[in-house]
Write a protein that binds this ligand. Structure first.
Ligand code: ZN
Length: 273
């Protein structure tokens, strides 16, 4: 176990360009959030996700969409960061102190990287703690508006989850929706997804670390294909991961490996400037 941490720490130390970390549901498992499409018992979106997690469904049945998300966000919104999230903050600070570029792109909407203190962060699939107006161009809607979920009064919808009670935009009166990327939407659909920054990072990364991703969505494909093309070293931390071409697989829980890696970096730290 220590060997993997040492190897990863060495790669992080030797990387002078951008160190890009891409995280998926696996990193939040230890925070009690079931995976997006995992095989573990209780994977919340295992069924019907590609049908219900769509703007098409929201347009047809906004009250169903809201009910479905409120049920699913219950666990997400009460979760706390685990040692893997904290270790990535430590690694970010280690890099920043050496003026070495660093970025986390997360597919998770749970906000746990933010809660842990990550600042170089792209939440490419949106955030469960925000909502937005469904009307494009409204100041609370796409392309760049949103609202904190805590500002929305859900009491009447929770009491009577009917179409009439679906929360509405305080600005224009249109229906509010979740501030997340749906399956029939594009990464470019909202500025908060920071898609140009993702493209730029995948084009320039000199070290890539995947943590707990299922490699089933566009952002992982984008980063991995660019890394392969450019010959960038790629690590994948996933206890259930499968071997892939050009990827060094580390089958260890991220909440164990990443704190050890951060500890190795910290212990080996010496003045270089
Ligand atoms: Zn509006």
């Amino acid at each position: 176990m220590t060997d993997h941490a040492r190897e990863l720490a060495r790669a992080i130390r030797d990387c002078e360009g951008l160190f890009l970390v891409v995280t998926g549901a696996g990193i939040s498992l230890a925070s009690g959030i079931p995976t997006f499409r995992g095989s573990d018992l209780g994977a919340v979106w295992k069924r019907d996700v590609t049908e219900l997690g769509t703007v098409r469904y929201f347009d047809q049945e906004p009250e169903g969409s809201w009910r479905w998300y409120l049920e699913r966000f219950e666990k997400v919104l009460g979760a706390r960061p685990n040692p893997a999230h904290s270790a990535l903050v430590d690694i970010e600070r280690w890099r920043v102190a050496r003026q070495a570029p660093f970025l986390v792109i997360t597919q998770n909407i749970d906000g746990l990287h933010r809660a842990a203190g990550s600042t170089a962060l792209v939440e490419v699939h949106g955030a469960a703690d925000r909502v937005r107006c469904s009307a494009y161009g409204c100041r609370n809607g796409a392309p760049d508006g949103s609202l904190p979920r805590s500002q929305v009064d859900l009491s009447s919808f929770l009491a009577h989850p009917t179409r009439q009670n679906v929360p509405r935009c305080p600005e224009c009166g249109e229906l509010l929706r979740q501030h997340v990327l749906w399956f029939d939407e594009l990464y470019s659909g909202h500025r908060d997804y920071q898609w140009p920054r993702v493209l730029d990072a995948s084009d320039t990364a000199e070290l890539v670390l995947f943590v707990g991703t299922s490699f089933s969505v566009g952002v992982t494909e984008q980063v991995l294909s660019q890394a392969r093309e450019r010959g960038t070293p790629v690590y994948n931390v996933d206890p259930a991961g499968r071997p892939m071409r050009g990827v060094a697989l580390v089958k260890e829980p991220s909440e164990v490996l990443l704190p050890r890696t951060a500890a190795v970096l910290d212990a080996d730290a010496h003045p270089t400037r």
